[in-house]
Design a protein around this ligand. Structure first.
Ligand code: ARG
Length: 572
């Protein structure tokens, strides 16, 4: 499916070329969506840019291009505005035809990626034996949305949860397991019990050096393969994973793989030996390091890949992980959805990977933090991390109260289902409607409001489209031609056609928030269409066209929200 900006770009390029025979090197005609409907559907500043380079008058050049171009079968004769903008309005017939073809397209007008690539997405990745906390919202939801978007665009996506299942925390957990474990509590809620023993040992170790040493010994024993410690480790990981999976299921998030840090243990020794042999790593103060002396930002920041005590660390594991992803999955790209504080780590491993000769493009899709009302990192009253599960449960409970008020006659099952869709959707949407680098304040009132740029508002817009068809009662057969006469119809059709322009753009710089904004604007266009253009009371071709617009809006809203990992309901 070819999009309007590309078609306009081709026409304008042709027009400009015919004037000047050859356009200067590196000059590309640019066409973008108009920011204001008064200036048509699309606009270009290219005549101005070109005029500057050719030292010509911009308005005259724009006029000459408009005069020289052929516009029939695409848009009205373009208009010139201001210092030399060219404004385009798509012809009614063309927009009608395009709307129909989107309606018939399984991808709703979204062109498929060319070439399709194998993309490994590394996200969520909590450290096990600790519950996920509110901070995990960002990586988890952004990563899930990116994987849905990339799949929809036709990429081969592999999601891999690189859980932290081999950290130093296991020294304390094993020590605590042996000394303080309450088996019944473990059965009841494994992660809570593991967190309890971890906290207890942590404070004991702070007060008593001997206990700290005992924990270190337990860790060394684990690393050296002591069977008891290994069995305890294995059980804690399994119990934690079981609970993690429960949370992901509830959120509608799935991973193709859970290859945690421990999966790479056997490969770390050989990897370091290989780096030494190739001269890519060297000894420094007893540790083995990779230096990046030629990279200014990393000049004094070597990556330690084997500590002086012989232990390996986070960076070593990440290098082994890349080997696996390239060798086994043939990854073309790897995206790491991880908080901004790990920027240095990723700079190092990306640079190291380049030196090792892997041909894979890697991106750190960084994100900011979630803040409380006081603009500080969100904590509970006792100063602990706010647990993710508590947040999600509260969201669903709050949504439930709102549903009870709005629509008390719904059945119990429906209420539960809708509260879940709205509650979880609200938390996801609050995250995904922000630029990923923005630190945002977590606000229940804002995210659960039915007004404004929120999940409830968008789900409600979808429900409205469905209620039209329920009221209609009969099977609708959609027409083969449509007419767009009123402004409300035209604006809505134009907005719908832009779904295909927005979605591919989301992966430029990884911004699902652009999709959120788009869906919000679409819902607004739908509401004003709905107010100005009666659907059920209209007749004949007008009614058929309007019903088609309603149906297409419904599909785009549902698909768009699905790309954000948000589920719609048929009623609310
Ligand atoms: N477990 C890590 C943490 O909690 C995140 C892992 C991110 N992925 C990676 N391949 N390093 O900070």
């Amino acid at each position: 499916m070819t999009l309007f900006p590309q078609l306009l770009q081709a026409r304008l390029t042709e027009a400009l070329t015919s004037l000047d025979a050859e356009l200067p090197e590196g000059f590309r005609v640019d066409v973008s969506q108009s920011t204001d409907a008064r200036f048509g559907d699309y606009q270009s500043n290219s005549a101005m840019v070109l005029a500057k380079r050719l030292k010509k008058n911009p308005r005259e050049l724009a006029q000459a291009a408009v005069d020289a171009g052929t516009w029939g079968g695409l848009c009205e004769p373009p208009e010139i505005a201001g210092p030399g903008f060219i404004n385009f309005t798509i012809s009614p017939k063309v927009l009608e035809g395009h709307t129909l073809s989107i309606f018939r397209d399984a991808h709703l007008g979204v062109p498929q990626a060319d070439p399709a690539e194998t993309v490994v997405i590394d996200f969520s990745a909590p450290n096990v034996a600790k519950p996920m906390h509110i901070g995990h919202i960002r990586s988890t939801f952004i990563g899930d949305a990116l994987s849905r978007i990339a799949r929809f665009l036709g990429h081969r996506v592999i999601t891999d949860n690189h859980i932290g299942d081999w950290g130093t925390q296991f020294g304390m957990i094993i020590y605590g397991w042996k000394k303080h474990l309450n088996k019944a509590a473990l059965q009841e809620d494994a992660i809570r019990e593991l967190l309890r023993i971890y906290r207890e040992v942590n404070s004991e170790a702070k007060a008593d050096e001997a206990i700290l040493q005992a924990c270190r010994d337990e860790l060394v024993n684990l690393q050296q393969g002591d069977p008891t410690n290994h069995a305890i480790w294995k059980e804690t990981v399994e119990l934690s994973l079981e609970q993690l999976r429960g949370v992901y299921d509830w959120l509608g998030i799935s991973f193709d793989h859970y290859l945690g840090e421990s999966f790479y243990n056997d490969q770390l020794g050989p990897l370091v030996d290989d780096l030494l042999e190739k001269g890519l790593a060297e000894e420094s103060d007893g540790a083995i390091c990779m230096f990046f002396r030629d990279i200014p930002a990393l000049e004094e920041k070597p990556a330690i890949i084997r500590k002086s005590d012989g232990g390996y660390n986070y960076a070593t594991t990440d290098l082994a992980t890349i080997d696996h992803r390239v060798a086994t999955w043939k990854a073309d790209q790897i995206w790491y959805v991880v908080g901004a504080p790990q920027q240095l780590h990723f700079q190092q491993i990306f640079e190291a990977t380049k030196r090792r000769g892997h041909d894979v493009r890697m991106t750190h899709v960084a994100h900011g933090s979630i803040l409380g009302k006081d603009r500080k990192l969100m904590k509970t009253r006792s100063g602990d991390n706010v647990q993710l599960l508590d947040v999600l449960q509260e969201a669903v409970e709050r949504a439930r109260k709102i549903i009870e008020e709005k629509n008390p006659t719904l059945s119990e099952d429906e209420k539960r289902d809708i509260a879940e869709a709205i509650g979880l959707g609200a938390v996801k949407y609050a995250e995904l409607s922000q630029h990923r680098m923005t630190d945002y304040i977590f606000s229940w009132d804002k995210m659960l409001s039915f007004q404004g740029n929120t999940a409830p508002y968008l789900i409600n817009a979808y429900v409205r489209t469905r209620s039209i068809f329920r009221k209609l009662g009969e099977e609708v057969s959609f027409p083969d031609t449509i007419t767009l006469e009123e402004d409300g119809e035209r604006t809505l059709a134009m907005k719908l056609s832009q779904f295909g322009e927005i979605v591919p753009d989301l992966l430029n710089d990884f911004r699902p928030n652009l999709l959120a904004n788009y869906l919000y604007e679409l819902a607004q266009s739908f509401h004003s269409f709905w107010e100005k253009c009666p659907v059920l009371k209209s007749e004949g071709a007008t009614r058929a066209s309007r019903l088609l617009l309603c149906e297409l809006t419904s599909r785009v809203l549902k698909q768009g929200l699905d790309l954000l990992g948000i589920r719609v309901t048929e009623r609310m």
